[in-house]
Design a protein around this ligand. Structure first.
Ligand code: ZN
Length: 197
C-alpha cells in the first residue's frame, strides 16, 4: 500500500463515521493501487475534527504529538488497527476484529467522563484531551456501528474501490460509493466494452 499525505476534506460517503474511517483507504481492493490517506497522527486529528469527534477546545494535540512523537506514532498505529478491525468485523465477520473493537471500547470508557450537554437535556461521553483522545473517540464510533443494524452495510460495486457505506437509499439498491465517481466510470467502461463487442 502506498501512502500519501491527506488533503481535506476526507470522503464522507459512508453514512456512519466508522465507515467514513474505513474509506480513508482508497482502492482498498487493489493492492497495487491502494492509497492510505491516514499516515500520521496529524491526519488522525484532522479526520476526527472533520467528523466533529473531538471537543471544540481540543487544541494542543498537535503540540502534544510534537513533544512525544513515539506516543503519537503508537496512537496512529492503534487507530489504523481499529479502522481495519471495523472493516474485517463487518465485511469478513472476523471475531478477532470484534475483540479489538471491544477491547478499545472498554479502554475508551475507562478513560472518558460523562458530561452534561449544554444544548440538550442529555449526557455524553467526553474523551480524554491527551493523545489518546482520538483513539477513544474512534473506539466509540466503532462500537456504535457494530452494535447497530448492519443489514444495509455495503461495499462499492467497483472492482478496486473498496469504499463502504450504509445503503440508506429508498429502494436499498445503491451499488456505488458515488454516482459521479465509480458509478460513472463503470457505466462508461461497460458502454465501451459493449461497443467493442
Ligand atoms: Zn467506489
Amino acid at each position: 500500500m502506498t501512502a500519501s499525505s491527506a488533503r481535506l476534506p476526507y470522503p464522507e460517503v459512508g453514512g456512519h463515521p466508522a465507515f467514513d474511517l474505513v474509506d480513508t483507504v482508497h482502492w482498498r481492493l487493489d493492492e497495487r493501487r491502494a492509497i492510505d490517506t491516514m499516515t500520521s497522527f496529524e491526519d488522525v486529528v484532522m479526520w476526527c475534527r472533520q467528523f466533529d469527534l473531538l471537543e471544540r477546545d481540543a487544541g494542543g494535540l498537535d503540540q502534544l504529538a510534537e513533544d512525544d512523537p513515539a506516543s503519537a506514532a503508537n496512537e496512529l498505529e492503534v487507530v489504523v488497527a481499529l479502522r481495519e478491525a471495523i472493516y474485517q468485523a463487518v465485511f469478513e465477520s472476523s471475531t478477532a476484529a470484534v475483540e479489538v473493537i471491544a477491547r478499545e471500547h472498554v479502554a475508551a470508557l475507562g478513560r472518558s467522563t460523562l458530561h452534561r450537554d449544554t444544548d440538550a437535556p442529555t449526557w455524553s461521553w467526553r474523551v480524554p484531551s491527551d493523545l489518546t483522545g482520538p483513539r477513544a473517540a474512534i473506539a466509540f464510533v466503532a462500537h456504535d456501528l457494530l452494535t447497530s443494524d448492519l443489514t444495509s452495510a455495503r461495499q462499492c460495486g467497483d472492482d478496486a474501490c473498496g469504499w463502504v457505506y450504509l445503503d440508506t437509499s429508498p429502494r436499498h439498491n445503491r451499488v456505488w460509493c458515488t454516482a459521479a465517481g465509480c458509478g460513472n466510470r463503470n457505466r462508461v467502461a461497460r458502454h465501451q466494452a459493449k461497443k467493442r463487442a
